[in-house]
Design a protein around this ligand. Structure first.
Ligand code: HEM
Length: 419
């Protein structure tokens, strides 16, 4: 394996190389910093080539790209050899002291214990089964309002008019952000999370910095107001009770929370709708057996994972599949590839809405596993089921437009009609 790695580093990428014509060359020349339109459209043949031929792939910049389910699952659960702390990577990427640097290095997801534990405890504590139960009728009412409006329009965009309109309200409710203030949240979120793509332009960096500044400025006012009028149950009030959090840490974790459930859940709902509308048999089966909605959403999470890439930093020497990884090595964990690994999933390229078991890694695993997974599942189950039940003739019209992103997989636009 070590020899394969050095060969892969030496080989020049070729524009003509595709996973179907030459999987070996495709795997060897893979560079996540230089992806083309064909990859964004369908990354899975490339992921399959990597998983089979070069599962611990050395990228041209010296980082490693991992694609096997067992490797990712092991890494996510191992906090001795791997760290979530990204300061050494985000310094050069965003510029030390920049708003994006400050934000991404303060949020819990990019930190280790004990800081991570303190923040996570409050978030998990706020999302109790009772809170989830109380949330369901609110989500149903919100989804029905959106469907009502879509019915009046006849033709609409399943992303802008539906999928993206749900998470912003749900997370806004969790933090009790006043309704009239929610307009800019999605734009801020897209700009801040967009900056996490493997390579970004100067323009994206500037937009991300601006979004962090505006978002934290807005939240400063909200926090001051909540300190004056504390509530018991909402997430922000719980975080305020965590004495050891500085005000900068508090603000950035709120920004993270508002972002974390945003584009990811929008993409889950959008990807799920697109998968079903392109698979008449699955759509009919779900309409006839609405009890399959929970396994359907799990399958959407596995098949088109809305968060396709994660990262870890090696902090103790470790060997994976014969490749020695030294402390300081940066790893990209390809959830999208692991979730199609035939060693874990039978017929992994088949979309099976009744699949069981389905131990996908869409929410990662271990100590940093998604703290909002029950919120995301609930939103997607309610949204997708009510959408297909309300509109028996729902179909796609025009051309779906994919957001050309490797980390967050979803559509920018998904035009559809009800009749
Ligand atoms: C389909 C929707 C979602 C997907 C695919 C998703 C995926 C993920 C993944 C993969 C991680 C682990 C990141 C890592 O450690 O590398 C994560 C962390 C996290 N997610 Fe989600 N997420 C979703 C929705 C949500 C929602 C709705 C919320 C909040 C209500 C949320 C809150 C969080 C938080 C707080 C963390 C950090 C956990 C920690 O570091 O301990 N997520 N998510």
């Amino acid at each position: 394996m070590a020899e394969d790695q050095s060969q892969s580093a030496a080989r020049e990428p070729s524009a003509a190389v595709t996973a179907s014509t030459d999987p070996q060359a495709c795997a060897a020349s893979f560079d996540p910093a230089s992806l083309d339109a064909q990859f964004y459209e369908d990354p899975y043949p490339t992921y399959a080539a990597l998983r089979e031929l070069d599962p611990v792939h050395r990228c041209p910049d010296g980082t490693y790209f991992l694609t096997r389910y067992a490797d990712l699952d092991g890494i996510y659960r191992d906090r001795n050899h791997y760290s979530s702390d990204k300061k050494s990577v985000f310094g050069p990427k965003f510029g030390l002291g920049s708003p994006l640097y400050e934000h991404h290095t303060s949020s819990l997801v990019f930190n280790d214990p004990p800081y991570h534990t303190r923040v996570r405890r409050q978030i998990v504590g706020a999302l109790t089964p009772a809170v989830m139960q109380a949330m369901e009728p609110q989500i149903v009412a919100l989804v029905d309002r959106l469907l009502e409006r879509m019915e009046e329009q006849g033709q609409f965009d399943l992303i802008d008019d539906f999928a993206a309109a749900i998470p912003v309200e749900v997370i806004g409710n969790l933090l009790k952000v006043p309704h009239e203030d929610r307009g800019p949240l999605r734009g801020w979120s897209l700009a801040i999370l967009g900056a996490l793509e493997v390579s970004i332009t100067e323009q994206q960096r500037t937009a991300g910095d601006r979004a962090v500044r505006e978002f934290t400025e807005y939240l400063r006012g909200l926090v001051a107001d909540r300190r004056r009028n504390p509530a018991n149950d909402d997430l922000l009030s719980r975080l305020l009770r965590e004495q050891d959090l500085s005000s900068t840490e508090l603000l950035h974790n709120c920004v993270f929370l508002l972002n974390a459930g945003h584009e990811t859940t929008t993409n889950l709902i959008g990807n799920g709708a697109q998968l079903l509308l392109n698979d008449a048999a699955a759509l009919r089966r779900l309409r006839e057996n609405p009890g399959l909605i929970a396994t359907t959403v799990e399958e959407c999470l596995r098949f088109e994972s809305s968060n396709q890439l994660g990262n870890r930093l090696v902090v103790q020497p470790v060997r994976i599949r014969g490749v020695s990884l030294e402390p300081g090595t940066y790893l990209t964990l390809c959830i999208g590839a692991a979730n199609r690994d035939p060693d874990e999933f039978t017929c992994p390229d088949v979309f099976d809405i009744a699949r069981k078991p389905n131990r996908h890694l869409a929410f990662a695993a271990g100590g940093h596993a998604c703290a909002g997974m029950s919120v995301a599942r609930l939103e997607a189950q309610v949204a997708i089921l009510r959408l297909i039940q309300r509109f028996p003739k729902l179909h796609l019209v025009g051309t779906p437009v994919r957001a050309a992103r490797a980390r967050f997989r979803g559509f920018r636009s998904l035009p559809a009609a009800v009749g």
